[in-house]
Design a protein around this ligand. Structure first.
Ligand code: PA5
Length: 436
């Protein structure tokens, strides 16, 4: 049984009378196209079965390598960009104590990221830190040729070899890449790095449940079997029916497409848990790269409330009425903080005394949704009981499946990204790469 619940009660006034029944048939067809592998990009549907078809041998190997890394490294550097970066970061930062480094508790290596930018300062500071830390590296690139991670890997590989010598450095490098082609695959074979394969039929932004996400998440100390089990639950539901009344993925895809056709062309993913910041970044990539093409697509944005109620809140309440919100609503915190009574009550907050902080956060969420709906911003709500591995697995699969359906409803191929080449051609030409 899935634990995620989709609530569209605050969207109804914005849908128009006949829309949902009409979309019901349209989405039914999209579901058939996806499940029957008849739609655009059908060679990239490998993600559909990832929660259930990865061998226990592979999962055990990932766990064993993660245990080894946890034993030898204080820091695990994950090099990658886009789909080869955001998934692991989303899961780890959702589950990690943000103050872990200050707690003084040894909890395995700190997972940090590189190769997702070309900043000289960022990489200089990273290399300086690595001078004083024992570390291991995952280099993740499906194509094996992406500039940002390739540059970062060149820097870090040299640093690692200088620090440990070539043989020991080679043991500390884990390559996650294509099974047969690309520069990284060639290098991994030549240098004998431990390697994992990103399946041919899984695109970057759909790869979090492959070793791309699983190895870093396991190194961070989280339970990858629970993550996959949560995704498997959602998979069962997602595949079971193309009817929006039975399948929340279909309903979500239908509602966001109706809103889009009614002029709501910006979707804001909202969360009230700061740990979900990178989950939102992952979601933005998933939907932005999948749908934004051929002059079409909902623009995916993200905010962290209540922080951003004090910045973006003004625009959402009163700016252009082209927005809708999708809120990830977490029901239960894993820890407890109660607001204390203060005899002086100088801040006037004694009316909250004795309440859990999560209750105040919940009231902020409800009050904000009411205000935004009143202000003309439809509000989709996705409720999950807690932020833990299984619910993150459900959410990941829910969004992936919905995104594929939604792309089909939009009429685009949700599995390609032709537009990301344009900047690369210009950059290579400016840098004098032969042939550009
Ligand atoms: O979703 C995608 O396919 C992209 O975001 C890629 O993941 C990103 O460009 C990185 O590509 P690669 O893994 O080939 O280095």
């Amino acid at each position: 049984m899935t634990r995620l619940k989709l609530d569209i009660s605050k969207v109804a006034p914005f849908l128009g009378e006949k829309c949902l029944p009409r979309f019901r048939n349209e989405l039914l067809e999209c579901h058939q196209e996806l499940v029957g592998a008849k739609g655009k990009g059908r060679d990239f549907l490998g993600w559909i079965d990832l929660p259930v078809n990865q061998s226990s041998g592979l999962i055990n190997r990932i766990q064993e390598d993660a245990n080894w890394i946890r034993a030898v490294a204080e820091v695990f550097v994950v090099i990658g960009i886009g789909g080869s970066y955001l998934g692991p970061r989303a899961v780890i930062e959702a589950l990690e104590n943000p103050f872990r480094e200050l707690t003084g508790k040894k909890g395995g290596p700190q997972v940090i990221f590189a190769g997702e930018n070309l900043s000289e300062d960022y990489h200089a500071r990273l290399l300086e830190v690595l001078d004083h830390k024992s570390y291991a590296v995952a280099v993740i690139s499906k194509s094996g040729t992406t500039t940002e991670p390739a540059v970062a890997f060149r820097l870090i590989k040299q640093h690692l070899e200088n620090k440990y010598g070539r043989v020991e450095a080679g043991k500390r490098i884990f390559a996650i890449t294509d099974g047969s082609k690309g520069a990284l695959k060639g290098m991994a074979d030549k240098e004998n790095y431990v390697s994992y394969v990103i399946p041919d039929n899984v695109g970057g932004r759909f790869s979090v449940l492959t070793p791309v996400g699983l190895l870093p998440v396991a190194v961070a100390g989280f339970d990858i079997r629970k993550l996959l089990a949560g995704a498997a639950q959602m998979r069962e539901l997602a595949l079971s029916s193309g009817d929006c009344e039975m399948n929340p993925c279909v309903l979500y895809a239908a509602v966001r497409n109706i809103l889009y056709r009614n002029g709501k062309c910006i979707e804001i993913l909202v969360s009230y848990e700061p740990g979900l910041h990178y989950f939102t970044e992952w979601w933005k990539q998933l939907f932005g790269e999948s749908e934004g093409k051929e002059g079409k697509g909902i623009f995916p944005a993200g905010v962290n409330f209540t922080s951003d109620l004090h910045s973006m809140g003004q625009y959402i309440q009163e700016g252009m009425r082209t927005l809708f919100e999708t809120v990830i609503s977490v029901q239960n915190p894993s820890l407890t903080v109660t607001i204390p009574e203060d005899p002086a009550d100088a801040d006037g907050l004694n009316f909250m005394a004795g309440k859990r902080l999560s209750e105040v956060n919940r009231m902020a969420e409800i009050g904000t949704a009411m205000a935004h709906v009143d202000g003309g911003v439809p509000n989709i709500r996705i409720e999950v009981p807690a932020v833990e591995e299984a619910t993150l697995g459900e959410l990941i699969y829910f969004f992936e499946f919905s995104c594929a359906l939604s792309g089909y409803a939009l009429g685009v191929n949700p599995f390609d990204q032709p537009g990301v080449e344009a900047y690369k051609k210009n950059m290579f030409s400016l840098l004098g790469k032969p042939g550009y």
